[in-house]
Design a protein around this ligand. Structure first.
Ligand SMILES: [Zn+2]
Length: 445
């Protein structure tokens, strides 16, 4: 069949995917997965639809190489987080094109990537190049709720379908403009998570006789202590390398400041100088384990002092840190009379070594189009499908490229789970071309 040019194919697919509501929960990725599968079947593939639960559909497809080298995996999640339509300029599932952008929940996170990969696979089927590696594409469910029904299910139940030497997915490859220089961060590490239940027991009693030591009062105190605490700093090589690479191209005044951030004794002082609270927060998150109190529970009757209170902690752990290390840090803040129990955890994910033929190719292909840009490895404080795909040995690079023009008013970080999520059409075209070139080059070898 006749295909539109690659970049227009990606645009049309992206727009259509944005119009399919895959808000997770409940997810309901099936229509989006079927849409992707149909577009792949149209050009001769036999995509597989795989489900760990009804309508929580994953799609996997493979372009066959000669087998001279192990496969490369492209991946994107199909689910999105919820959107409060009342806060959006255009409805979040409209996929409308306006002001040079495609608007919709998932435009950046990450139906753009799903669309680019689908278009790239379609072009492979049309061009039929001889490649040394198989190219696998997995469009997955359930990333936004922890990956159990998506990447984790594929890695654990269908390993042979997705096993690869390299994987390209979330998150990175977007333009970051800082003081006159454009950077393209590539994700090579992400923090682990360690979710903890904290329990406080106290003497129960009647609400008419307040107790200073009630579980509720002590629960409040524990949460306040945790909220005010700053956990110890552990600068990792990922963050140092990132800051060093950023610093190298910054004005002479800023350079030493950036280099000092990785030094624990100076961080506190420097972050106080950072005017943007969000930026200061992200420095903290990149340099220490973090603990956010989230769910709080105690009592169910106004006139009864309950004997038990509990809260949950969303903990995030740095590379090099274990769950035990993290719990020890919590204990130092909360004391011994708060019981701590790990509910769920996964270790940090790191790509070793950071430099590789694929990293070099990504760098070269970006610079070929933007010679003044700087490609930098980086670590994200959250987690992605990298957590599971790298468990089967794949070296993960977060590279879902999109070019964002300086002065466009679009801040990449604000697009993730934010209102008015949108992808610049020209940036999507650019990303499709770069990603296609990267895939062709690494798969040819
Ligand atoms: Zn995402």
């Amino acid at each position: 069949m006749e295909l539109p040019p690659l970049h227009l194919d990606a645009q049309a697919i992206c727009q259509a995917l944005l119009r399919i509501d895959t808000t997770n929960p409940p997810g309901n990725e099936r229509p989006a997965a079927e849409f992707v599968a149909r577009h792949l079947a149209d050009v001769g593939y036999k995509p597989e639809l795989l489900e760990a639960a009804p309508d929580r559909t994953n799609v996997v497809v493979r372009y066959r190489g000669t087998g001279a080298a192990p496969p490369i995996l492209l991946t994107a999640h199909l689910d999105v987080v919820e959107a409060d339509a009342s806060k959006w300029k255009h409805p979040p599932f409209s996929g409308i094109e306006a002001e040079g952008c495609l608007w919709g929940r998932g435009a950046i996170d990450m139906k753009n990537m799903a669309a680019m990969c689908t278009a790239i696979m379609r072009k492979l089927a049309r061009d039929k190049p001889v490649l040394g590696r198989d190219v696998i594409f997995a469009a997955v469910a359930d990333e936004e709720a922890g990956c159990d029904l998506g990447s984790r299910f594929l890695v654990e139940q269908h390993t042979d379908l997705v096993r690869a030497e390299y994987a390209i997915g979330e998150s990175g490859g977007f333009s970051l403009h800082l003081a006159g220089t454009t950077y393209y961060p590539i994700q090579v590490a992400e923090k682990g998570f360690c979710w903890v239940r904290a329990r406080v027991v106290g003497e129960p009693g009647h609400g008419s006789m307040p107790r200073r030591d009630s579980a509720v009062v002590r629960l409040g105190e524990a949460i306040a202590r945790l909220g005010a605490a700053r956990l110890p700093l552990h600068p990792t090589k990922y963050v140092k390398d990132f800051l060093e690479a950023i610093a190298a191209r910054q004005p002479a005044l800023v350079r030493p400041l950036l280099r000092m951030i990785a030094r624990p004794e100076l961080l506190a002082r420097i972050t106080r100088l950072v005017p943007d609270a969000a930026v200061a927060r992200s420095f903290g998150a990149l340099l220490s384990n973090t603990a956010s109190p989230t769910v709080v529970r105690a009592g169910n009757k106004t006139n009864v002092i309950p004997g038990l209170g509990e809260f949950q902690i969303d903990g995030r752990t740095l590379p090099g840190q274990t769950d035990d290390d993290f719990v020890r840090e919590l204990r130092a803040v909360l004391g011994d009379d708060v019981e701590l129990e790990i509910i769920k955890s996964a270790p940090p994910t790191v790509t070793e070594p950071v430099a590789s033929p694929l990293f070099d190719i990504i760098q070269r292909q970006v610079l070929a189009r933007e010679p003044d840009a700087v490609v930098v490895p980086y670590m994200i404080p959250g987690f992605t499908d990298a957590k599971y795909f790298s468990q089967m040995g794949a070296r993960w690079y977060g590279f879902s490229p999109v070019k964002i023009e300086k002065g466009s008013g679009i801040k990449f970080a604000d697009m993730f789970h934010g209102h008015n999520e949108r992808v610049p059409v020209a940036g999507l075209h650019w990303g499709t071309q770069v990603l296609d070139a990267v895939v062709r080059e690494i798969a040819a070898t």
